[in-house]
Design a protein around this ligand. Structure first.
Ligand SMILES: C[S@@+](CC[C@H](N)C(=O)[O-])C[C@H]1O[C@@H](n2cnc3c(N)ncnc32)[C@H](O)[C@@H]1O
Length: 186
């Protein structure tokens, strides 16, 4: 979606100074899982907080996003945190992920239902999938949010049916505006 890309480019262009690293609480809760190292993919990486966190944990990180401006900020954040990430500008509505496989794949606050099979295929056997985005409860406090981009209760598990669940919250708790899944891929 061309307009979406322009919107994200403008948003990142307008953003102020690079903020200190602030990884999502889900990553911090599962820090013990990030010990093996290897390759990590961060999908729709934006300003790169997950990507940079994983780089600090010793992974070779590739950050994918449609916004070159977002990725530029992600690389600045990496430099600020004395690490480095690789950035790949890619429209995930049109282009495919590269054929390489990751030990860890993260995706935060980006819902593209058609991408789930490709994300699963991009993870090595035994690798980790970490996903979190808004669910339907988010619409109660943010009614203008596009309802196409929220998960329904129970939907996240159905999008990744073969994964071995480590931590799942699937929109069944009223008031919890995020659904998330931490899982191992067989
Ligand atoms: C809400 S932000 C989330 C950024 C980051 N994952 C986070 O949680 O802070 C959504 C991101 O998805 C990216 N995005 C939207 N549509 C995309 C597409 N078709 N292909 C690749 N990235 C896309 C945007 O540029 C933006 O950085």
């Amino acid at each position: 979606m061309r307009e979406d890309i322009h919107r994200w480019q403008a948003k990142y262009r307008r953003a102020g100074p690079i903020q200190p690293l602030a990884p999502d609480a889900l990553l911090l809760r599962h820090t013990d899982l990030f010990v093996a190292g290897g390759i990590a993919f961060d999908i729709a990486s934006g300003a790169g907080h997950s990507a940079v966190y994983l780089a600090q944990r010793g992974y070779q990180v590739v950050a994918f996003d449609c916004s070159s401006e977002g990725l530029r900020r992600a690389q600045q954040l990496a430099a600020q945190e004395n690490t480095a990430i690789q950035a790949v500008a890619l429209d995930l509505d049109r282009a495919q992920l590269p054929p390489d496989k990751a030990n860890v794949l993260t995706c935060f606050r980006y819902l593209n239902r058609a991408l789930f099979p490709a994300m699963e295929a991009a993870i090595r056997p035994g690798g980790l999938f970490i996903y979190k985005t808004f669910n339907v409860h988010h619409l109660k406090t943010s009614p203008r949010f596009n309802s196409k981009y929220v998960l329904q209760p129970g939907e996240l598990a159905s999008l990744m049916p073969n994964a071995s669940v480590i931590d799942l919250s699937d929109g069944t708790t009223s008031g919890e505006i995020y659904s998330w899944l931490v899982a191992r891929i067989a």
